[in-house]
Design a protein around this ligand. Structure first.
Ligand code: UDP
Length: 329
């Protein structure tokens, strides 16, 4: 078979850049489409780069015409819970309208295998409920709502046009490429582990814990963390699943292990062997108390193994990247 190009939206971002590396290693050619609003040109290392914005349908059409991709992996999105509560319009426009343009173009160009990066934030705060793929979805922030809307679009396009989708609902993603070719770099940074590492090496004064009065054993929020390399590996498995005609499917991507904010801080102290300066602050609007996957569908059906997704490994890999890696515009 000749070259198989995969269109990777958001390929200049954290997860997308790792996905490009995994695709390349699996024999595909990743074509990055990114507007570089939050992504980095330097992170595009494994295939062609096309700058464009999903909001402009003509940009999207151009890349399908030029590259004739066999499939799409759609990562491009705004993804900050806090920001989504302050500027919901941004999230609906960018995440939903942009995705609609992309999905529409994919159908028009006959590119019907579509892998979508969704989120556990689509489930919302469901105390005591085991979150599996059949759990009801009640997002409590605009970010989760925007991702849920795109899932609905994909369901309708499947019915109407036989477009096939694999939807991955990620829990929290952490770590970095162990070879440190790519890594996590947001500006401004909002995610827990890189912020902890910033506090550890003095790039910021302290890590503020967002809320210490949650109904959890230590009062801080609990999340389920997955190593970015494990996460992108399963995207390649999802793509292959589609290519052999196994049809549309939703998969949670989490390990089932929950870590509180304080537990992550403690682990970071051990891994870096340095103190983590902290400040106890107020809750962040939109945060769920606990998000932990209760499903192993990705393991049983896709053959996924989340071998790097233990907290020590994730922080070790993040720390290595943190000390050496940075992108510039
Ligand atoms: N968090 C925190 N301080 C920070 C950033 C995050 O206490 O400066 C908490 C946040 O409230 C959540 C967890 O860390 O409970 C993970 O947040 P992150 O933004 O990394 O990911 P999210 O869960 O929003 O996708």
């Amino acid at each position: 078979m000749g070259e198989q190009k995969v269109l990777v939206t958001g390929g200049a971002g954290y997860i997308g850049s790792h996905a490009c590396k995994a695709l390349k290693q699996a024999g595909f050619t990743p074509v990055t489409f990114d507007n570089l609003v939050t992504g980095w040109r330097d992170a595009v290392k494994f295939g062609p780069f096309e700058r464009g914005d999903l909001i402009n349908k003509s940009d999207v059409d151009r890349v399908f015409e030029e590259h004739a991709p066999v499939a799409v992996m759609h990562f491009a999105a705004l993804s900050q819970v806090g920001e989504s509560m302050q500027e919901p319009g941004l999230y609906w426009r960018n995440n939903v309208m942009g995705s609609l343009n992309l999905i529409q173009a994919a159908v028009e160009y006959g590119c019907i295998d579509f892998v979508f990066s969704s989120t556990c934030a689509t489930y919302g705060d469901q105390d005591g409920v085991v979150l599996d793929e059949d759990s009801s979805q009640h997002p409590i922030n605009a970010y989760g709502a925007s991702k849920r809307a795109v899932e609905n679009i994909l369901a309708d396009f499947r019915t109407a046009y036989r477009m096939n989708h694999v939807i991955f609902r990620y829990f929290n993603v952490a770590g970095a490429d162990p070879e440190a070719e790519v890594g996590e770099f947001h500006q401004p940074e909002t995610h827990l582990i890189p912020l902890i590492l910033d506090a550890v090496d003095g790039k910021r004064d302290a890590l503020t814990i967002f809320g210490t009065d949650y109904d959890t054993p230590d009062g801080t929020c609990i999340r389920d963390y997955v190593h970015v390399c494990d996460l992108v590996d399963v995207h390649v498995l999802g793509l292959k699943w589609l290519q052999v005609g196994r049809g549309s499917r939703v998969f949670n991507l989490g390990t089932g292990d929950g870590f509180s904010v304080r537990e992550v801080i403690d682990q970071a102290g051990h891994v870096t062997n340095r103190p983590v300066p902290i400040v106890e602050g107020a809750r962040r609007p939109g945060d769920c108390t606990k998000l932990v996957s209760g499903s192993s569908r990705a393991v049983s059906e896709l053959g996924w193994s989340a071998g790097r997704s233990n907290m020590k490994q994730m922080i070790t890999d993040a720390w290595r990247w943190h000390q050496n890696g940075a992108y510039t515009k």
